[in-house]
Design a protein around this ligand. Structure first.
Ligand code: UDP
Ligand code: MG
Length: 241
């Protein structure tokens, strides 16, 4: 008995520490980001290190949205070296909102952070987002202040879209809203339960309620600028919204 008791005590402390350790999942949609992905992964690994130092477990989940460049290969190389990195890949390009949907479907942690893989959503905000979640918020929404590279046309069409959207719907989505946010497990489960076929995440997040706060961020210029049939995709997303 004398031998077993300390052993049981030891096992009990391990079980307690693993079950109370918070698991944060950082997830990104990724499409043809070959040139910038190394810098992005490095930045996320630094942020993951900070959360781990604070006693959390971190998973980095990348959804490859049917990329045609070498990014998937690079991601797998990183996943082989860093067990925190998980990669899921679509069979073809389904679009940004579908890739975010996959992350929301797959992720199963205490908190889920979604951000773009092109460094336009600065990863250095992650610690602050997690702190706000720990202080009791279910949703931390990032709102874009200025976009260094944004054209007058994009600023105008974006403002117009949110004006029309906010007039037509009871849900308020701030101009500058982005698919850059943190969800608690409760908010995450509420989103998962929504039957929407066409996803407009920043609108759905405004609709579900919960304790929510906002952080302003400055969107950096795209790390690598590529022309990717952008206008057609933006229009489709606006109609889905
Ligand atoms: N993306 C995606 N599928 C697409 C287009 C983009 O998964 O068909 C990803 C892209 O790699 C990035 C994020 O979604 O991580 C936002 O895309 P983008 O930078 O083109 O949009 P913007 O910055 O104009 O919002
Ligand atoms: Mg971008």
């Amino acid at each position: 008995m004398e031998v077993v008791e300390p052993l049981l005590f030891f096992m009990d402390t391990i079980m307690t520490s693993t079950t109370t350790q918070k698991h944060v999942i950082i997830a990104s949609p990724c499409y043809n980001e070959e040139e910038g992905i190394e810098a992005f992964i490095r930045a996320i690994q630094i942020e993951a290190g900070k959360l781990e130092a604070a006693g959390m477990r971190v998973t980095i989940l990348i959804i490859d949205d049917g990329s045609t460049d070498r990014v998937l290969e690079i991601l797998h190389e990183h996943a082989d070296k860093d067990s925190r990195i998980q990669v899921a890949a679509f069979s073809r390009n389904f679009g940004h909102q579908a890739a975010v949907a996959a992350a929301i479907e797959i992720a199963d942690g205490d908190a889920l952070i979604i951000l773009d893989a092109d460094l336009q959503h600065p990863p250095e905000h992650i610690s602050e987002m997690v702190e706000l979640w720990e202080s009791g918020y279910d949703i931390v929404s990032m709102v874009r202040k200025t976009t260094a590279s944004q054209s007058i046309l994009k600023t105008f069409t974006s403002r117009l879209f949110y004006k029309i959207f906010n007039n037509l719907s009871e849900t308020r989505v701030p101009d500058g809203a982005a698919d850059f946010f943190l969800l608690s497990q409760d908010a995450h489960n509420a989103l998962k339960a929504m039957p929407e076929y066409h996803h407009f995440w920043r609108g759905m997040i405004s609709w579900i309620g919960f304790r929510r706060c906002y952080i302003e961020f400055s969107s950096l210029e795209r790390f690598i600028w590529k022309l990717k049939k952008k206008k057609k995709k933006m229009l489709r997303m606006a109609f889905d919204g």
